[in-house]
Design a protein. Sequence first.
Length: 146
Amino acid sequence: MAKSAEHAARPFLASAYRIRRFVREHALADRPHASLWLAKTYVIPAGMYGSQVWGTGFLQAGRELSSPLSTLHLHFLKGTLGVKQSTTNWAVLRECGHEPLQFYWFRSAVKLFNSMLNTNSDTLQSVVRLISIYSLVQVPAGQLNC
């Protein structure tokens, strides 16, 4: 999972670079709200590619800021605000009006799960239901009768 998150960092960094270049070219450095809005619009979606699969490892409580992408996101936000990198992460997120990336990954995973439940494929629906039932019941591996 960590390698996949690191792989998703390339488009994330590319979009962050484009935003910084745009801000520099249009003399918007004194308007951080413009940079923050552009980040929410372009950087976050770029970092979400495939997160329905690899992001599930970071959906546990207490792992909100443990992914490499979360580190890059916070680095971008702190640079935009012009604060030290030692500034509290939660304060920076609240000040910028951003949520942890874990929030977006969770929402994306739930949308994928719901779309699989609402699919036209009876086979996919039955597999998803079986997986969700077995993950709730915790049936020992030797007792599965399919």
